[in-house]
Design a protein. Sequence first.
Length: 272
Amino acid sequence: MAGQGRPAPIHCITNPVTMESVANVLLAAGGSAIMAQDPAEAEEIAALSRGVLLNTGVPDAGKFRACMLAGRRACGLGLPVVLDPVGAGASRFRREGLKNLLREVRMSVIRCNQEEAQTLLAFPDPESGSDAGEEMRAGLWKSGELRSGGVESAVSVEAGRQADMAKELAGKYGCAVLVTGDVDAVSDGGRTELIGGGDGRLSRITGGGCMLSALCALLCAEQKDCYEAVRSAAALWRESARAAGIRADREQGGIGVFRMYLFDEVERRRSL
């Protein structure tokens, strides 16, 4: 629990837009963040951590290289690795970088939105190492059958299909999966659950998904069953958002007040 013993350090190779929020939510939840981005130290820092978050937002070649090195080292040490494939379908560069990363690093968890899930499902199987089919997939993006909203999801499916997507992703990549939307779908290929609740204002603050991915990494570092860890992270995030919304409404506060209370509620629940 938060506040007991040394905080679990999570190596976060993450989106520079949301670094501060990710660090703060980990602190609120009783963990801590190490944010080493350079490939020259990625492996060494991963070895000092209890879990690794690979968030590919605002990517460049060096960042993908750092993710590869940190992910491989974490896998070698038996540490959980969480992938947040931000804007996976937005460009060929992102798709290629993520395909290589998924071939080389066995993820413990993939946390993504519906569009990102659709993109990862369109990739070739990671075991094959083949690039066959990229032109077909590029055609689908061009035709609109596969769409990109940048870092926001341009895809919205009903809850049953969302659960199926999570289950398919879990089977394809051999890990626990959390697909977020109006509800969250959690699966490890065998167990699958939908988690509702929360507050719609989560979609109006920058970094909501990034912070949830960090919570997934922290809880995976604390328990061996990544499915249960991710399920707990999703429930924690939605329960905290619901309580923050109630407090903000009581004070007639805006989105900034909601964001402030969100951190408070994460801390309160993790301190119980």
